[in-house]
Ligand binder design. Structure first.
Ligand code: GLN
Length: 548
């Protein structure tokens, strides 16, 4: 491990959902903008090995890294803020910790010792934190501990933090994110829950260095003094974290509170230059001053919980900024789309995305939506299952294979236009067994997708078991659905487009995992551009705005 590596731990108190991920990503952004190399890690206290088998309703989207790790959605925030890819090492769960300790025990690595939470589980946690420091790639590692202090599940993590604070002394700090609730009956902000949650940390042997206080109202100097006094922190280490209009405001709000400066002082690091956030500020300016607006529908079956499609929603924000327009997202439940109402739901849309997903629930609504956008020349982006549905729709309604389907939906279909991949036929377990992570894709010159990327070889992340069935390729192409992206090693079809449509693209991969503030994803940028053209047709007043 490099001597100079510093560790920042982020814990949470009082309640969940305070936004530890955004605070961690914002701090990392500020430190990065001062020239430090930073990475962020999330430790999740649940027993699943990874979130890959979790229903999106539980924790939202499953984010996929280049190296094929199925991870918590916070890793998406880390990548979008830092513009640096994460990997398997950036997300560790209790399940994974126990799995490797038990594997070691079975191998006999513990030489007859009794295997216990302390030291074996805590040592494994400490190793996982320090793995990121091994190659000396990062000067600062921020480790976010999932859950809330006081949960039984997070005890071993807090104990690992306590041990590291002791072993690494000046190289570690703890930031505790807490809530200062406002009691409207009393007309006051209340500090007691924060005092109690710090006390809980102290009982576990951890004194936080910095308190980040989530609040709906400004913290005045007296309140800050009170918090500092009762929680043993310096007054400048009481950081106000107000609710923000956009998550992308948070780095600037944290900079105003000098969070980065306090962190660097506590870690005995030079403040170096002031953070250079020019690009970020420019992005925010564009985000808040759009010149026009487009209406985009996202069709999916988990739309009640928007976090299920977090990366798609953020990619649309990035692409909107790049196109100087606001993307108004309309969430449409795929189970509520029928032949009778599809026109009413989608006719006013400037573009439609059919989202990824698993299983048969909501499929007919997705297919209905695709038929409608295909017939009405509405820009369409199909992602993973969305692309597969576009293939099924075309086979049914244009090739007239009424029974065309995916093997996932109907294992006995006569026309499996989407079929189980050969190497998936022997797979029985669910966890970590899909086609996962980054694969190269060769694009057909002059296709819409090649034009979007300005390139003919790309790399994108995958997460699926089923594939386009190339037995039907010739027939599809003869009838206007062209394959425009292929895996260079297996020749599998990864992209389909329609010849006679303004912008209809289906991709087997997930472009949404690679869009960042610094690098809005080219495919989303091209899609929103097509939506803008559509919007100018839908509403001439909008077109005037665009032309300004
Ligand atoms: N269920 C489909 C498959 O496994 C699509 C997966 C997805 O949309 N991520 O192939």
């Amino acid at each position: 491990m490099s001597n100079s590596t510093k560790f920042i731990f982020v814990t949470g108190g009082v309640t969940s959902s305070l936004g530890k991920g955004i605070i961690s990503a914002s701090l990392a952004k500020l430190l990065q903008a001062r020239g430090y190399s930073v990475t962020i890690q999330k430790l999740d206290p649940y027993i699943n090995i990874d979130p890959g088998t979790l229903n999106p309703y539980e924790h939202g989207e499953c984010f996929v890294t280049d190296d094929g790790a199925e991870t918590d959605l916070d890793l998406g925030h880390y990548e979008r803020f830092l513009n640096v890819p994460t990997s398997q090492a950036n997300n560790v769960t209790t399940g994974r910790i126990y799995q490797s300790v038990i594997e070691k025990e079975r191998r006999g690595d513990y030489l007859g010792k009794t295997v216990q939470v302390i030291p074996h589980i805590t040592d494994e946690i400490k190793n996982r934190i320090q793995i990121l420091a091994k190659n000396g790639d990062f000067e600062i590692i921020i480790t976010e501990i999932g859950g809330t202090v006081g949960d039984i599940e997070s005890l071993p993590y807090i104990e690992a933090v306590r041990q590291m604070m002791w072993e690494f002394e000046d190289d570690c700090i703890v930031i505790h994110l807490t809530l200062i609730p406002y009691l409207s009956a009393a007309g006051e902000l209340k500090t007691k829950p924060t005092q109690h949650s710090v006390k809980q940390l102290l009982e576990l042997g951890v004194q936080p260095d910095i308190l980040c206080c989530r609040t709906e109202h400004a913290l005045d100097i007296n309140l800050r003094k009170k918090i500092a006094k009762f929680c043993n922190v310096n007054i400048n280490a009481v950081i106000e974290s107000r609710d923000a209009e956009s998550i992308y405001d948070v780095p600037l709000l944290m900079q105003k509170e000098e969070l980065d400066k306090v962190v660097l002082e506590k870690l005995n690091l030079l403040t170096r230059s002031l953070p250079n956030l020019d690009k970020w500020t420019h992005f925010l300016e564009m985000l808040k001053n759009p010149k026009s607006e487009v209406n985009v529908a996202i069709v999916g079956k988990y739309v009640e919980l928007k976090d299920s499609y977090k990366s798609i929603a953020e990619s649309l924000i990035h692409a909107g900024v790049e196109n100087e327009c606001k993307v108004q997202v309309h969430w449409i439940h795929s189970e509520k789309i029928y032949n009778e109402n599809v026109e009413k739901l989608l006719l006013q849309m400037d573009g439609v995305i059919v989202a990824p997903g698993f299983g048969s629930r909501g499929i007919s609504g997705k297919i209905e939506a695709i038929r409608f956008v295909r017939e009405n020349n509405i820009p369409f982006l199909g992602i993973c299952l969305g692309m597969q549905c576009a293939v099924i729709e075309y086979a049914r309604n244009v090739l007239h294979y009424a029974e065309a389907n995916s093997h996932e939906i109907d294992a006995k279909t006569k026309h499996p236009v989407i079929s189980l991949m050969e190497n998936q036929k022997v797979v029985s377990g669910k966890g970590g067994t899909m086609r996962l992570g980054a694969y190269q894709c060769k694009l057909k010159p002059k296709s819409k997708i090649a034009k979007a990327y300005h390139s003919e070889v790309i790399s994108e992340r995958h997460r699926h078991r089923y594939e386009y069935n190339s037995d039907y390729l010739e027939e599809f192409e003869k009838n206007g659905m062209i394959a425009t992206g292929f895996n260079p090693e297996t020749n599998l079809v990864e992209v389909v487009e329609l010849e006679n449509h303004p912008w209809f693209v289906g991709v087997q991969f997930h472009p949404e995992y690679k869009s960042t503030v610094d690098n809005p994803h080219p495919l989303f940028v091209a899609f929103i551009h097509a939506c803008k053209i559509m919007a100018s047709k839908n509403s001439p007043s909008n077109s005037e705005k665009i032309l300004q």
